[in-house]
Design a protein around this ligand. Sequence first.
Ligand SMILES: [Zn+2]
Length: 251
Amino acid sequence: MTDTHAHLDFLEEAELEEVKAHLGELKAVLTLGVDPGRWEKTLALAQGNVYAAVGLHPTSAHLLAPEVEEALRHYAKHPRVRAIGETGLDYYWTPETQRAQLRALEFQAALAEELGLPLVLHVRSKDGQAEEDLAAWLRLHRPRRVVLHAFGGHPALEAAGLEVEAYFSLAGPLTYKKNEALRKVAQRLPADRLLVETDTPFLPPEPHRGKRNRPHYVRHTLAKLAEVRGLSLAEAEALTDENAAALFRWG
Ligand SMILES: [Zn+2]
């Protein structure tokens, strides 16, 4: 199984030891370093079956400056880096930086295009406005090889994602009892665009809610995906492993 979205640099040393003891259960893990102070550590963690992404999270978009752009371009060329991000729009935590977020998104989309890397997108808002804006942005810019991380099932974003052949990465919320709507969406998304992730240490799936997440907990999200798609666990695992390997090119 593959965890296409984790933040291993957020873990304490003891937690990392536990994660490492379970890495053999995973085909690959993508760990994302989301602001300039995290890029070095993220690259240091990208060994064995752990690969890296570097980017500027929308809640850190105000940090964008010419020297930060240069540093990001430098780190992005590291051979263990397989994606740019996460970037996107977050009006939930930082509604006041919308313009900076859009600039940071456009810079990172251009960098991903320049380096031939996938772009990992984050989106969050109270009222769906960030999702609407990101859907409009996708339609306008039509990026190639884009991932909608922790996809929540927003209809406009689903439609725009389908138009640009985005990958839809499903996280722990797929397993939450109340989330029947997301399971309906997961049922109809194109098979070759499905990914699973944990967003470690956030968004733990059932039965680990209330705890800190771990990459190997992706098993629970994968099992739920298998159930809603009418697949065996092995089939769902093979499908999502192949999709991730094709996108991030880790063979
Ligand atoms: Zn993340």
